[in-house]
Design a binder for this molecule. Sequence first.
Ligand code: BGN
Length: 286
Amino acid sequence: EQFLKMTTSPPGGALGLCPLTPPALVGKIQIPRVKVLSIKRILANNTGLTAGGKWSPLNCTARSRVIIIIPYRDRWPHLLMWLDHYHPILRRQLVDYRVVVVEQYGNGTFNKGLIMNAAYREMRQRMDFDCVIFHDIDMLLENDNNMYLCSSQPRHLSPAVSKFDYKLPYDELVGGVLMFPLSHFEMVNGYSNNYWGWGGEDDDMTNRIFNKGLAHERPHKTIGRYTMISHQQRQYSVKFTRIEKLLNTSNGRQDQDGLNSANYTLLLMKDEPLFTYLLVRVPHWT
Ligand code: BGN
């Protein structure tokens, strides 16, 4: 009988597609103010994950295979909160997903765009997926109807953030949580590698998206709501005028500066129980 079961329902194929609105969704999610977390405790609440922070639905075929890339620096407590918050949500959403945390080696000036490109390229070489989400570590989703599943356009999942009073600061903003069908992320040639320090790499991405004739969509502001964990605002490392200048000239560089030119060395890749960890070295900023 066991054999019959296996031959009549091969993995994936014979199962129906997962519902667009999974029945386990709860809608509004309470964000606890303080929570004592440890990897052990988070693991206890998230049995059934595969090493590397992977999961896929058992009883239906997921609509999309998603990797979530989190650029990381110096925020261990935030990472614990992220993992504790999102693993259960992603399972309720019946997403086939993998969580990828990418850290820049050393303490030189941070280059978020470059390490996000690096993580994308490394994962692309190693597995199949069709949807990629770039996720700030400090953003906690307040409503699980905001689905982590690609549609036909790039999608800015975080239009309403607590820090900005749940109002979009400007219409071109795509920072926070941004999702792409694979083909679109490759069409825009990923992120620019030229933004060192805080700020601007997301605005550059907006230019890239428009420049290729794409447009970002958004969930309704009642659903695309996030609590931003409070922390000290990072400072610009580069003169504001330099970032502005880069932004104003970004369109001409798009096809030479991005995924196809990301210069980095992968130092380590490790499947942790709750996430895949990548450590990359990037050139020094001069
Ligand atoms: C903008 C930043 C974005 C950031 C948003 C929200 C710049 C470019 C300056 C020319 N843009 O000001 O990177 O996501 O604020 O915090 O700094």
